[in-house]
Structure formats: C-alpha cells, structure tokens
Write a protein that binds this ligand. Structure first.
Ligand SMILES: *[C@@H]1O[C@H](CO)[C@@H](O)[C@H](O)[C@H]1NC(C)=O
Ligand SMILES: *[C@@H]1O[C@H](CO)[C@@H](O)[C@H](O)[C@H]1NC(C)=O
Ligand SMILES: *[C@@H]1O[C@H](CO)[C@@H](O)[C@H](O)[C@H]1NC(C)=O
Ligand SMILES: *[C@@H]1O[C@H](CO)[C@@H](O)[C@H](O)[C@H]1NC(C)=O
Ligand SMILES: *[C@@H]1O[C@H](CO)[C@@H](O)[C@H](O)[C@H]1NC(C)=O
Length: 406
C-alpha cells in the first residue's frame, strides 16, 4: 500500500495543473461486488486525470486485449477472449492453427498495437509463412503522461498475458515467441514470472525501455532467466533504451545509441527507438541478413576494442540460439537496412563502427565520459558490474525527460 501511495503522489505531480477534477475509483477489495456481477470484468483501478493504476490483478481485464492475425485475417484481426477457464476462452473459434508457430507482439508506453513499426513485424511474418501472430493491446494502461502508472501496470499486463499463453499451450502449440518493444519489452519478464515453472522458448526485447529500469531487480525487468533464449536489440541506449546486457545475446546496432539517418528525421528520439522493431521486421524476410560480430562487452566497444571479426552471426528472427554475448551490427541509413555478411577487407565496416563510436562519445560526453574519469574506466575494465552500477544511478535524472513517446 505504501508503494501505491507513492505512485499516487507521483501521478498527482505529473498531471498536476492539467485538470482539477480527480476521480478515484475505489479498488475492488474495498467495494462489495453486486450479486451476479463478474468480479473479473470490473474495470478496477485508481484513476487520476488520464492516469490509471491497476490495483487488483484481476484477469481478464477489459483494458488488456488480445488480437489474432493469420493468413486468413492479415489486416483486420480477430478478437480473442482468454480466461483462466479454458471453456470461457474462444481461441478455438478463431482462425488459430495450433500447428503454426506463435508470435506475440507487445507494444510500449503511449502507444498501442497499431504502432506502424509493430504492424510491420506482423506483416513481414505473414508474408513469410503461416504464423499465428497475436497482438497484445494494453493502451488504456499505457497512456501519456502516466509513465509511472504504466511502469506500475506492466506486471498486471504480464499476468493477463499468461492466460493467453496457457490457452495457446492447451491446444498443443509449443513454438511460442514473445516480442516486446520498449516498455513492452519488460512485460515478458512478468509474463515469465506468472508462467513459472513453465519456461517460454524465446523472448525478443526490442530496445527495452531504460527509464525506471536501471536499478530494477531481475524479476522486474527482462533478463535471460525469462526464457530458454532471450535476444535483445539496442538502438537508443542511454535515452529511451537500456544500455545494459539483458539477454543471452545482445545486439548493439550502429553503436546502439544513435541510428544513421535519424538526425535528418523530425522525430529524432522516436526514430532511433523505432529502428529496433524496423530492423527486426526486416530480418524476417531479408536475403542479405543482419550479420553481427562478437565483442566482450559494450564498454569494450566504447573503448575502441572491438573491430569486426569472426564468427559472424545472424541477428533477428533467424538467429542461431547456440551463440551468446554482446554483438555489434552495422546497417544502412535507409531501408532496406541489412548490409549482409562482410567478406574480404573489413576496413569499411571498421570505419563505420568507429565513426558511430566517436559520435557517441562526442554527443554523449556528458553521460559517458564526464561521469567516469579515466582512472575509473581503467579500473572498471576489470569490473564491469561495478562500472554499470557507477553510471546507472546518475543516468536516472538524465533520461526521464527524454521519454516522450513509446
Ligand atoms: C481535462 O478535462 C477535460 C474536461 O473534463 C478533458 O476534456 C481533458 O481531456 C482533460 N485533460 C486531461 C489531460 O486529463
Ligand atoms: C472472441 O471473443 C472476443 C472478446 O469477447 C470477441 O471480440 C471475438 O469476436 C470473439 N471471437 C470469435 C471468433 O468468436
Ligand atoms: C469445461 O467443459 C468440459 C466439457 O463441457 C467440462 O467437462 C469441464 O468440466 C469444463 N471445465 C471447467 C473448468 O468448467
Ligand atoms: C548453430 O551454430 C552451431 C555452431 O556453429 C552449428 O553447429 C549449428 O548447426 C547451427 N544451427 C543452425 C540451426 O544453423
Ligand atoms: C566489482 O565491484 C563490485 C561492486 O563494487 C564488488 O562487490 C566486487 O567485489 C568487484 N569485483 C571484483 C572482481 O573486483
């Protein structure tokens, strides 16, 4: 309860001055439920301005919806009702085919399932072969300017999504891949907690959200315990994304902070962040492929210690799950982004990689260099955990103002 109060105070501050009327919906446990009314269908929570905080973890929740796209429903999805009771669920009445692999796509903050870069992932899957592509829509719980509320709500969204996974598994499908973007990339962590002891085969995190997660514990953010295989793409670290390694494999695209071509875009921050889903979408059907090379850690890259080398591995949908660790990838500045496998002289790739690295150090001097003097870097080289801890706390104030969308 103390936590809830803290959140209410934070929300009050966030929406303060915008609206004088503040409505508080009493949580379920304080109000007797009228006879005949389905508890689970009541829209519970505390509402302040636009911000809704879920207090009762009751699923199904009308604010968390599931939709299915298949080859027979490629554009207009079918609504799917799931519940803890298999008899109440209507998955078998949809075009769901348990023989086809399942993809579950989860959006982030100030967004919904129709975000164009997420729709692109769905379209690329359906173009390639028969998939059951589910979209999780939790937009009412992810509204702007309620980042703190959305942070609070992701656990609930993960719990409700666990009912979807259970009903899918009832029908015999085991090939389940959850793909989360931004704040939605941490939802699979709560989903995984709710599904224990079952372990999801694969989770892909697309530029997992940074604000609020830097000091979060493992069970509250995406990490490699959440699935048998976790792969992560970083495109806007230090700002909207997390720089830290979260998966079995972490890819840092073009240095992982600023994406080529984004300086020219009016929505600079969104452009960098949205590239993660765009690169992933392209990886599904690309002929060239996004090939990556290994690097001991992201900080080794910043220090200039990671020239291109073998073995090259494929990033994205067709990743080989027997590899692990940090990998670096270079892309084009406009679609199609993939540059293919590098052969022969690596000098061009090296030059690009170095240019991105220097750009990061120059632009983010304040966040990268100023905070860490040279001695600390050298010391930290021998203690990565320490380095991460050292810079983390200081980022919190820096990053929050950047969070304007997703
Ligand atoms: C404030 O209240 C007005 C009228 O009730 C409503 O139209 C508006 O959307 C609200 N704005 C916010 C930010 O909640
Ligand atoms: C399943 O239930 C959802 C939510 O109640 C509904 O929108 C959808 O139309 C149903 N689907 C089918 C195929 O009956
Ligand atoms: C679901 O329906 C089947 C067949 O009608 C019945 O045997 C079973 O008990 C029901 N399960 C639940 C949880 O109600
Ligand atoms: C993955 O890589 C390993 C090691 O190089 C190789 O033995 C294996 O065949 C690869 N798996 C696939 C599916 O390509
Ligand atoms: C690394 O730093 C952490 C935190 O300061 C410390 O607990 C740990 O002992 C250090 N490890 C090594 C190998 O120095």
């Amino acid at each position: 309860m103390e936590k809830v109060l803290t959140i209410i105070i934070l929300l009050w501050q966030l929406v303060g001055g915008q609206n004088s009327s503040i409505s508080i919906i009493m949580p379920n446990f304080m109000v007797p439920v009228p006879a005949g009314m389905d508890r689970s269908l009541r829209n519970e929570g505390i509402v302040i301005g636009n911000c809704k905080v879920v207090i009762n973890d009751l699923c199904p929740d009308p604010d968390v919806n599931f939709f299915l796209y298949t080859k027979t429903h490629p554009k207009v999805p079918e609504g799917v009702r799931v519940s803890s009771d298999p008899n109440v669920s209507n998955l078998t009445k949809t075009s769901f085919n348990p023989k086809h692999p399942v993809k579950i796509i989860i959006h982030g903050y100030n967004s919904d399932m129709y975000l164009n870069v997420l729709v692109e992932i769905k379209d690329q899957y359906l173009k390639s072969k028969d998939f059951n592509v589910f979209a999780v829509d939790w937009a009412p719980l992810a509204q702007s300017p309620c980042y703190i509320a959305a942070l609070w709500n992701i656990k609930h969204v993960g719990t409700c999504t666990s009912q979807l996974v259970e009903r899918i598994r009832d029908l015999g499908t085991e090939d389940i891949h959850v793909i989360g973007f931004s704040l939605g990339a941490h939802i699979p962590s709560h989903l995984a907690n709710a599904l224990q002891p079952y372990k999801l085969p694969r989770i892909t995190g697309l530029d997992p959200a940074g604000p609020g997660f830097i000091t979060a514990s493992r069970e509250n953010k995406l990490d490699k315990e959440d699935a048998k295989f976790v792969d992560v793409l970083h495109t806007n670290s230090f700002m909207q994304g997390l720089v830290e390694e979260l998966g079995h494999v972490d890819f840092y695209l073009n240095g992982g902070v600023i994406q080529p071509g984004c300086w020219a875009e009016p929505r600079f921050f969104a452009c960098n962040h949205h590239r993660a889903p765009l690169y992933f979408a392209e990886s599904i059907n690309t002929q060239l492929g996004f090939w990556a090379w290994p690097c001991p850690s992201y900080f080794q890259y910043l220090l200039g210690n990671c020239p291109p080398k073998e073995p090259q591995i494929l990033m994205g949908e067709h990743i080989n799950s027997s590899f692990f660790g940090v990998h670096l990838v270079i892309t084009e500045s406009v679609a199609p982004f993939a540059v293919g496998k590098f052969t022969g002289p690596l000098i061009e790739i090296l030059k690009k990689s170095e240019r991105h690295r220097k750009e990061i150090l120059k632009k983010y001097k304040r966040t990268v260099e100023e905070f860490i003097d040279e001695d600390t870097i050298i010391e930290a080289l021998y203690n990565e955990t320490d380095l991460r801890g050292h810079i983390s706390n200081r980022y919190v104030d820096e990053i929050v103002p950047f969070v304007t969308s997703v």
